[in-house]
Ligand binder design. Structure first.
Ligand code: UD1
Length: 365
């Protein structure tokens, strides 16, 4: 029997899943989404809701903004279930697991700035691994067994061959951030081999874009580290010029190559992974999947495509290489297609249009 919760909010709408009367909402399966106010987390909340799940968000806004929740509610047409708290705090998990019947968790919450991770390694190890351990402890305590973990293509380091498959050897991490993802995967593999957990690590390539409504998107705090937010902020006049880090790489145009995936495609990959876990119903299950498009694009191609699809010219200049950057990486995504039944369907052009639509709607600073 699904659990039912009564809402008296005036904005109960026809959009709500499982509405049996205007005021009675039979809750679908609840999924805890740590970091659900973040870039990938918030888009995944939308996809989960569209797929009929009820997300329960836990976030401390360390790299996000409370306004994301308003954006989510505007898209979904109903209030989101939200807890403000630190993912290292086992107390907050106890509260959530007591107040909601949660069987599955998607764990996004983590620090992700490569450069900062080298300057403040303890902060990264403590947060990214501490929160994972606290979550696993709570899951064990409360009998919640399904977990999807945000991993990264960074685990492949500088690969000898592209595209990388899930069998491509994991290379020594080139940053503390990358190491937290590698160690995270190792912890999960160990846990799933001896405890009754079912776990998937999704190795993300480079998420870009925004929800087509422009109501949620990527909102980095301070100067963006990542390429696309820097491009959109330059287009908006917040930054003067985008510096392309290196044009002397051994690639066709001399700039680095990445696999840029629309964040809505990435969000939908989580729903596919979750459905897979629910379908296989296996304990002691662990697997990893690449989540990319299967295509690489250079930094220059991204900047030029942005100009083209948005009919503008973003000032760019070439600068020195950025330390720690790999030359080229993109993913083979056959395994995700075969096992999860998921494939990216949106183009880079669409992602860059959506990213600009989002940026353009933000109030000018
Ligand atoms: C890195 C990590 C990735 C992580 C992500 C989170 C690696 C290999 N990848 O992605 O796992 O999830 O950070 O933040 O560690 N660029 C410019 N100018 C800029 C910004 C970026 O030229 O102002 C270039 C970079 O040199 C790179 C490309 O754009 O070639 C993409 O950079 P970025 O968006 O920062 O992502 P990654 O470094 O690939």
């Amino acid at each position: 029997m699904p659990k039912c919760t009564y809402y008296t909010h005036s904005f109960v709408t026809a959009n709500m899943p499982f509405v049996t009367s205007p005021l009675l909402i039979c809750q679908a399966m609840k999924i805890l989404v740590t970091g659900g106010a973040g870039f990938i987390g918030s888009h995944t909340v939308v996809s989960l809701s569209e797929a009929g799940f009820t997300p329960v968000i836990l976030d401390n806004f360390s790299n996000s903004n409370p306004e994301v929740l308003a954006g989510l509610e505007a898209i979904l047409g109903y209030p989101v279930i939200f807890y403000e708290g630190d993912c290292n705090d086992s107390g907050i998990y106890s509260r959530i697991f007591t107040e909601h019947e949660i069987g599955s968790i998607i764990h996004f919450a983590a620090y992700k700035a490569v450069g900062e991770s080298m300057e403040q390694p303890l902060k990264y190890y403590r947060n990214n691994l501490g929160s994972l351990l606290a979550l696993l402890d709570s899951m064990q305590q409360h009998g919640a067994g399904n977990l999807i973990f945000s991993s990264s293509c960074t685990v492949y380091g500088e690969p000898d061959q592209v595209p990388v498959t899930e069998n491509t050897p994991v290379k020594p991490a080139s940053s503390v951030y990358g190491n937290t993802k590698q160690i995270g995967e190792e912890i999960l593999q160990d846990v799933a081999s001896s405890l009754p957990f079912s776990i998937i690590s999704l190795r993300y390539f480079n998420p870009v874009g925004a929800h087509p409504s422009g109501l949620i998107g990527e909102l980095p705090i301070g100067v963006p580290n990542n390429l696309v937010p820097f491009v959109t902020q330059t287009a908006a006049g917040i930054r003067e010029v985008i510096t392309i880090f290196g044009n002397d790489y051994p690639t066709p145009d001399g700039t680095c190559i990445r696999d840029y995936i629309h964040v809505m495609d990435l969000a939908e990959a989580h729903v596919a992974a979750l459905n897979h876990l629910l379908k296989v119903k296996r304990e002691k299950y662990y697997d990893v999947f690449n989540v990319g498009t299967g295509t690489g694009n250079s930094v220059l191609e991204v900047v030029n495509t942005f100009d083209q699809v948005n009919n503008m010219h973003v000032a760019h200049q070439f600068g020195p290489r950025r330390s720690g950057d790999v030359i080229a990486v993109w993913g083979n995504v056959d395994k995700s297609a075969e096992v999860l039944g998921w494939k990216a369907s949106r183009s880079l052009a669409q992602a860059l249009k959506d990213a600009w639509n989002w940026q353009n709607r933000l109030p000018k600073p």
